[in-house]
Design a protein around this ligand. Structure first.
Ligand code: XCC
Length: 653
């Protein structure tokens, strides 16, 4: 990043970075300057999996890659740069898959607890989705109660994690051709945990030392995330908490309120947050807040828990990943309540400069210096009340140094696959037909998923905005999740009026007719599976080929940072999608590995990776790919629209 370049495109973020400096509080933007990335590790050229190393196998500066140099570029065990690079990459996939998988497993157990009446305060909210899932999984419906059906479904899904052989059940949701590709290449995952465990074993010192084999196994692991752990998580969350439908809310640090108790919920698993949304609004808690001098309780979200709460309750979003510490810098946050994933340890240090309490709630994610208040699902209302009360009690400790940036933007979220289906086709004829038709007639050029994180190695939200604007200007409908969805929300791209302002003529016309924004918020990162299902529905609706790889579609994560993002990218590639990442690429240290991921893999799976740090150029890589697919489908030339009269119709019959 050039020295003078602003650290963010978002004025609220810039304002709080300044305030942090004045207050002597450390935040991620500053740490990213003092801790530069290790160039050897960044290229995937460092192996630290055994105690003979860590071994660095980078080509020394100024040296030519001669055959002799090449022979020297190995670890103590003789591992080549390809093996080291592929091993590191496969381990990233395994960690990402494990994280989403563990989330999905917790949801499956939670679902069973609800069905068995062991989690008071929760219920099955979406009966239709429950019954649909029962049909998909072959669970008997008959005249059984929802709970009885749910127990069977819960047991089946929980079994997906420990299953040792066969195939994951949700693979059969994919287009038939896709399933054949997976089987042909031996990458149909057997179970979720076994794929993660095997990836860890293969990458142990002295096991799999063929980079292609490692990457193929890595793809199978990633598919166990997309069509396994994540998909189970999304489906169950919809059944328990409700399938999202369009909801209007607001985003950015300006949603915090000076005269109320501000509680931020941050992380990924929504069971506590769901209860928090209920408990924080009870008269008992509001009265308690008033007794401490506050006007009420203001709940706001951060990262993916925020996306979950936004989609189902319209709870405002305080911001995305890089804004977590900045919320504390406002001086107005009583409690930062966190669960799992993407929670910076730096929160505690920032909070020490203010009155904010950082409260960890999950037994798997404690932070030294934070207050741990374990959330008990079996006693959820009471345990949530204790957390909310702790936040309220902290209101009186607020200092005078409070500044809430006056920036917030309206946004519409809640575009689940079911909602898109309904909006396009109506309740009784819901289908993707209108979308497919508009792609075929060229009003919509294609579809792009732009997802993923923020990364302080690239200016905050800049890559997302440039990419998304370029795509919609070129009539590409954009689907978003995670922190990138929030970036678009903050920039005003997620309201229906954005279509006329930013979208190309064709896309704008369709958006205006249906009444949707040109950029659709589909949820948290775990909900990238909604994009897989949407893509599958497009294939099944006909006219756009017979596999996901035939669709005029592409994916991207311009500001990624987490291992989960790599797992997601790899399951998209393994599902046939061209996927472009920005910021940095972890295998540049090995030409062979990079070539395999960027070229050769396409022959096998129909999808491949690309890396491009310029978001507009990256958008054009996606558009070029979309055009290539349109051409292959024979829909690249938009013919004259012919209106058929009755005589012409009769001639056709
Ligand atoms: Fe984390 Fe999901 Fe990335 Fe955001 S997008 S930084 S993974 S919160 Ni998931």
């Amino acid at each position: 990043m050039a020295e003078k370049e602003p650290k963010s495109i978002d004025p609220a973020t810039l304002e709080m970075i300044e305030k942090a400096k004045q207050d002597g509080a450390r935040v991620v933007f500053e740490r990213a300057e003092s801790t530069r990335p290790c160039p050897i590790g960044a290229d995937g050229n460092c192996c630290s999996i055994c105690a003979m190393g860590p071994c660095r196998v980078a080509l020394p500066r100024g040296k030519e890659e001669t055959a002799e140099e090449r022979r020297k570029r190995v670890g103590v065990c003789g591992a080549t740069p390809e093996t080291i690079s592929a091993r590191n990459f496969a381990r990233m996939i395994a960690a990402g898959t494990a994280s989403h998988g563990d989330h999905g497993r917790v949801m499956a157990k939670f679902f069973l607890a609800i069905a068995r009446g062991e989690a008071p305060g929760y219920e099955i909210k979406d009966e239709q989705k429950l019954l649909q899932l029962a049909l998909d999984l072959g669970v008997t419906i008959g005249d059984r109660s929802n709970e009885e059906i749910a127990i069977d479904i819960g047991e089946l899904l929980l079994n997906e994690f420990g299953k040792q052989e066969g195939e994951l059940l949700f693979l059969n949701r994919a287009p038939l051709k896709r399933q054949e590709i997976w089987r042909k290449h031996g990458i149909a995952p057997r179970g979720i945990d076994i794929e993660v465990a095997e990836a860890m074993h293969r990458t142990h010192m002295g096991t799999d030392q063929d980079y292609r084999d490692l990457l193929i196994a890595g793809t199978r692991t990633a598919l166990a995330d997309g069509w396994g752990g994540s998909m189970i998580g999304t489906d169950i969350q919809d059944i328990i908490f409700g399938t999202p439908s369009p909801v209007l809310s607001q985003i950015n640090l300006g949603v915090l309120k000076e005269d109320e108790v501000n509680i931020i919920i941050h992380g990924h698993e929504p069971q506590l947050a769901e209860m928090m949304a209920i408990v924080a609004q009870t008269p008992e808690m509001i009265e308690y807040a008033k007794s401490k001098g506050a006007k009420g309780i203001n709940l706001a979200g951060m990262c993916c828990t925020a996306n979950e709460m936004l989609m189902r309750h319209g709870v405002p979003l305080a911001g995305n990943f890089l804004q977590q510490e900045l919320a504390i810098v406002t001086g107005a946050v009583e409690a930062m309540v966190v669960d799992v994933q993407c929670i910076m340890q730096g929160l505690v240090d920032t909070a020490n400069c203010y009155h904010t309490k950082v409260i960890t709630t999950d037994s798997r994610a404690k932070i030294q210096g934070a207050t741990h208040m374990g959330f008990e699902e079996h006693n959820a209302p009471e345990s949530t009340k204790t957390i909310v009360k702790t936040a309220i009690d902290n209101f009186v400790n607020r200092g005078k140094n409070i500044r809430i940036p006056q920036h917030k933007t309206h946004m519409v979220a809640g575009f689940s696959h079911e909602t898109i289906n309904y909006l396009l086709g109506g309740m009784f004829r819901s289908s993707y037909r209108p979308l497919n038709d508009n792609i075929i007639n060229g009003r919509i050029r294609g579809v792009a998923g732009v997802v993923g994180c923020n990364n302080p190695r690239t200016p905050h939200d800049v890559g997302n905005l440039a990419m998304v604007k370029e795509l919609i200007k070129n009539d590409v409908l954009v689907l978003q999740t995670g922190c990138m969805a929030m970036a678009s929300g903050k920039s005003g791209l997620m309201v229906p009026e954005a279509a006329a302002k930013y979208a190309g003529k064709g896309l704008a016309e369709v958006c205006e007719t249906v009444g949707i924004p040109p950029v659709l918020h589909m949820g948290a990162c775990i909900d990238n599976t909604r994009i897989l299902i949407a893509a599958t529905s497009m294939v099944k609706d006909g006219g756009l080929g017979d596999d996901i790889s035939d669709l005029p579609a592409a994916g991207a994560a311009p500001e990624w940072m987490s291992e989960k993002a790599i797992a997601i990218g790899q399951y998209f590639v393994g599902s046939g999608v061209f996927t472009v990442f920005g910021t940095t690429w972890p295998t540049t240290g090995s030409k062979e590995v990079t070539d395999f991921l960027f070229k050769d893999i396409e022959e096998m799976y129909g999808g491949k990776w690309a890396f491009e740090t310029d978001p507009v150029k990256a958008a054009h890589l996606m558009i070029d790919h979309i055009d290539k697919k349109r051409k292959a489908l024979g829909i690249d030339k938009t013919g004259e629209r012919v209106l058929f009269d009755m005589a012409m119709r009769r001639d056709l019959e």
